[in-house]
Design a protein around this ligand. Structure first.
Ligand SMILES: [Zn+2]
Length: 553
């Protein structure tokens, strides 16, 4: 709460009088949550605060004060009471929507609450103009607006501004609900920054030549302004379009087209839709151009401060997406996407809990997103590229040409016990792919990298190992390590099918096996504990091919 000289100067009696006046002015309701404030029952739990904060040149005077529950004021998470009030209103809409079984509120809910979505519009096309009249809201004059024809698609549209009564939400083309990032927009519009992109809508006459104006793009901006009391919004309206074409165009615009328009490496980084949405929104509100990447992940996290944790997750999600969808990633074809299926040895969860757990930096970076992109030393770019290299190394050592999809993995340990012959390389692939084994192997691989830096006396950031280019000699060590691991007899030992690989094991089980050579109950699995210094040197029979960093990642 902002410190007020005015309030501090009041006597107790004067302050109580002020409370009562505000209480009357607000018809006894809390300025933020719109619930009743009881001057007796809530005594001591009532705040007087500035509507426009002093820090933003708000006046320290009675007409800039409002009465709130103390708890509402504390939890508002914004400096501005007006914004807090709008957010509280939106929260109530969210809650109602969820209770009605929806994922969240959308523009339709906001419109409905504010008296919108009531009327249909009649539009006549005449002499290159769209003609219409807003008689449902008492505006009977005929409006004429030029109809514009899109040269290549032939679609016709016009720009106008319409009262809420005529606006409807299109939840087919835009099925998403409104995210908590609406906070940023409310603050931005509240601070008198203009709307840069108008909402998009379409119209088609249904019965009686009248039809609804269906808004399919720009719902966050529209909702934010409506919550702030705006009663009329600018909109571009497509007239009797093929809505499937619109749907496709809208999907492409948010997806692959932007990717073509800019460095593919960056666009993969933005692969996660949610992340891309936030980035676009950030740009819109900052007035940045479509291919401006001069801001940092930290800037985004700070900007969407109502959803910092989510924002960080979007950033990491986008990175994961990019790694898993990269054409250069050859491990992907061994990954079962939902659970652990029978035809592919790896589960996606196993990938998350091994490769991504050890090597993906989970915090937001403070360097600009396009930093050193052209030189190829951008930290996220390096992270992606080298993660893919590590995955490819695994694929090469354990899976490619070794895993036989025809044999699969169903009941494989049982079949062994029943006396089936299973190819050794296939069995190895299956066993190494177990989540608890893989997770421990990746821990050890991480050790290979850390030890290298320690021995060569280099500084390194423990959580950001892949944000620098790993030298070739280190890649050689990693390759040696994996190749040596693959030659351990335990992966192909038939006798272990019941004891070691039969039941599900946890992380600690294999941590112990690798560290001591034995299981927690003392069964010998390895001839000796894993020894890093031996495992990183090539042994007879192992291929010594140098791993090449491909640029295609
Ligand atoms: Zn309240």
């Amino acid at each position: 709460m902002t410190r007020s000289k005015y309030l501090a100067s009041l006597t107790d009696e004067k302050r109580r009088q002020l409370e009562r006046r505000l209480h009357d002015r607000q018809t006894k309701l809390c300025f933020i949550c719109d619930e009743v404030i009881d001057l007796v029952l809530h005594k001591g739990e009532i705040d007087i605060d500035h509507i426009d904060p002093l820090a933003k040149d708000g006046l320290d005077a009675e007409n800039n004060f409002a009465l709130t529950h103390s708890s509402c004021n504390r939890s508002k998470g914004t400096s501005n009471l007006e914004v807090a009030r709008r957010l509280a209103e939106f929260e109530r809409l969210q809650e109602q929507a969820r209770q009605a079984g929806k994922r969240g509120a959308n523009l339709g809910d906001v419109l409905e609450r504010h008296g919108g979505s009531k009327a249909q519009l009649r539009i006549r096309s005449k002499n290159g103009n769209a003609e219409f009249s807003l008689s449902e809201v008492g505006l009977n004059e005929i409006r004429r607006v030029p109809l514009l024809q899109d040269k290549l698609s032939g679609m016709q549209s016009f720009f106008t501004s319409l009262p809420l009564e005529y606006l409807h939400h299109d939840d087919r083309i835009n099925p998403r609900s409104i995210g908590s990032n609406i906070r940023g927009l409310i603050e931005e519009f509240r601070d008198s920054r203009p709307q840069l992109h108008v909402a998009l809508a379409w119209w088609e006459a249904s019965e009686d030549d009248a039809g609804e104006i269906k808004v399919f793009d720009g719902q966050h901006k529209a909702a934010a302004q409506i919550l702030l009391g705006v009663r009329e919004l600018p909109v571009r309206i497509f007239v009797t379009p093929d809505t499937n074409v619109l749907l496709q165009a809208n999907t492409n615009a948010g997806g692959k087209l932007r990717q073509v328009a800019f460095d593919t490496a960056v666009m993969r980084h933005l692969g996660s839709t949610l992340y891309a949405e936030r980035v676009n929104q950030f740009r819109n509100l900052r007035g940045l151009s479509d291919n401006d990447y001069s801001f940092s992940e930290q800037d985004l996290v700070r900007f969407f401060r109502g959803e910092q944790r989510e924002m960080k997750r979007y950033i990491v999600d986008a990175q994961r997406d990019a790694v898993m969808r990269a054409p250069a990633n050859s491990l992907v074809e061994f990954v079962e996407w939902a659970g652990k299926g029978a035809n592919r040895p790896l589960s996606y969860t196993a990938i998350e809990r091994s490769f991504f757990k050890e090597f993906l930096y989970k915090e937001a970076l403070d360097s600009s997103i396009d930093q050193e992109l052209e030189q190829g030393t951008n930290p996220r770019q390096l992270e992606r590229k080298q993660l893919i290299c590590i995955m490819n190394l695994f694929a090469e050592v354990f899976f490619i040409g070794k895993w036989d999809p025809e044999i699969g993995g169903r009941r494989i340990e049982n079949r062994l016990r029943d006396g089936d012959t299973i190819q050794q390389s296939h069995l190895r692939a299956w066993r190494v792919a177990r989540e608890e084994v893989l997770a421990n192997l990746l821990r050890w691989l991480r050790l290979v990298i850390e030890n290298y830096f320690a021995y060569t006396g280099q500084m390194y950031h423990n959580d950001r190992l892949l944000h620098q280019q790993l030298p070739d000699s280190l890649w050689d060590r990693m390759r040696n390590f994996l190749t040596n691991i693959s030659s351990l007899p335990c992966w192909i030992d038939r006798d272990f099918s019941g004891s070691i690989f039969g039941p599900k094991r946890n992380l600690d089980f294999w941590e112990r096996v690798f560290r001591t050579g034995k299981t927690p109950d003392g069964t010998q699995v390895l001839a000796q504990p894993l020894d890093l210094s031996q495992l990183i040197v090539p042994r007879e029979g192992n291929s010594k091919g140098r791993h090449e960093l491909t640029n295609s990642a």
